[in-house]
Design a binder for this molecule. Sequence first.
Ligand code: B12
Ligand code: SF4
Length: 527
Amino acid sequence: MAKGLLMYFDIETGYYPGLHHGLAYLMGSVSKNNDVQLFHVYKEEHLIELKDLIENNSWDFVGISFTTNQRKYLWKLFETTDVSNQLLIGGGVHPTLDKENTFREFPEFDAICIGEGETSFVELCKRLDNGKDISETPSFIFKKVDDVGKTSFKVNPVAPLMHIDDLPFPDYTGFDYKRIISDSGGVFAMMLGRGCPYQCKYCASSHLAKEYPNPENWVRFPTIERSIELIKKNLELYPDTRSIIFADDVFTVRKDWIKEFCEVYKKEIGLPFECNARVETIRDDVCEALKSAGVTSIDFGVESGSEWLRNNIVSRKHKNERIIKCFNTLEKHSIKGFSYNIVGMPFETPAMMKETYELNKHHLKSARYGRAFYYYPYPGTGMHDLSLKNKLLRPGIEDLSGYLEAPTVLEIHASHKEIRKWFKKINLLFAVRLICDRLYLPRSISEVIVSITQFFWKPLAGIVEPDKSNVIMKNINKKLKLIVKKSGKPGHSVYDSHDTRKIEIDGLEKNKEISKERNLTNNPLQM
Ligand code: B12
Ligand code: SF4
């Protein structure tokens, strides 16, 4: 039995409280025959606890799951904690897509896991337990330092993608799941399938697929029986679940699967649910199936109202009419559609951001909730490469916690003032729609209020998107969110716990100092 510590870095993401489905799957695979402790690292104070836990215990391995924006907290951990006696393993989307830089930036790592880890992690634990050579374990890259201090890497082939039915069930018990679900208003986020067939250039999905020897199997759904079994198992864990979020990339991607799933779900589960979809997959028959199964809302990446930008930069090649048609179809079936957008993309001008605003305001009136995010370039994605090639990124963006804080592009195609303006205007638009709906105001009245509030967008956006330094506005914002949460039926906005902050990157001197000490030479984020 291997004894290990597995950490999920989740500090200041604006998404806490949240479960990590990949880690739940890993725990489901390894915890039966091994003694693995999961540590959900969601506040900086945890770093002190971790120091004690890591230094004063004997572990066979210490694993860290992290995304790009969490790297700054890893720096802090390694600043204070001696990990040199541990077998330190990294995993997750960031190390998978930015392998070389991960080893360069974090000489502390002995190995990283490439892609999905269930089978290979079990294999690693077995080898550790049996005292065997671990360096042949599939899906891992091992770092070797020879006697004269020369570093080399053993890159093993990545294990093929597995059918979801062949994986053990995810195990959420390592998380403080009771608190996480109850704080989210009784909404249990789950994941059934994996993968997405689309190729959006800002997203990790299509780039992740290329890591495997069988990328054609990237898009996978469990059988219907297995899906229902998984949901029931999760509901046994938390019987007070009021509704479910299916976090799958595009839940509706397989028409036959979704129709059959809805049929069985309605009979066997019957709880309201939400999911993600692409506008192209929405048709009357799909909506009928989803509605009868209890869907309350569906999240869509609208991303931009500019067809030029979507076609040439983002690689979402549908027309605005398709988006409008999708939202109209949802409305016809009384399903709420939520619209997610990005501002501050490479080559995006203020006129293009305005198009996004206008699409949402005038043509997607049935989008009763949504958001705008700032573009963030994730290493290994097409848009990150494009941004680097054209020298579009501002320095210091590694200090940001994600896509909720600040623009990441240099002021070439749009000023930051403009980017912030459209970020705020779009978020105000959706906040007002949400509040009006919660007050059961008719659509016509709510749209008048939307228009009026847009005139006063500057002070009002200060409440909806308060600056971190503005304590009064932050408190008003908190209270408003609470009212909206309490007044709502289970649904996305209840789960949604974004705590959007504006941070001036230049103010984060402390992190900068640490980042200077890290070897970020050639790191694409260090321009
Ligand atoms: C659901 C989801 C969320 C959910 C739940 C989080 C979760 N990961 O479950 C919520 C809403 C909380 C969320 C939040 C955020 N997310 Co998110 N999210 C996703 C999404 C859609 C699915 C994740 C998933 O379950 N995948 C399936 C599982 C099986 O894969 P996995 O998580 O990679 O885990 C496997 C392997 O990586 C490996 N593994 C992982 N960790 C480790 C550790 C060790 C030691 C080992 C051996 C193996 C291993 O084994 C796992 C099992 O096979 C992905 C997109 C995607 N397709 O991955 C984005 C994605 C992961 N999110 C992303 C981002 C940016 C964020 C946020 C930063 C958003 C923000 N605030 O701005 C936050 C950050 C949260 C954090 N702590 O870092 C990016 C990350 C990009 C990057 N390079 O870092 C992604 C890739 C989307 C994108 N833009 O392309 N997210
Ligand atoms: S549709 Fe969504 S999950 Fe699929 S590639 Fe585009 S952004 Fe990524």
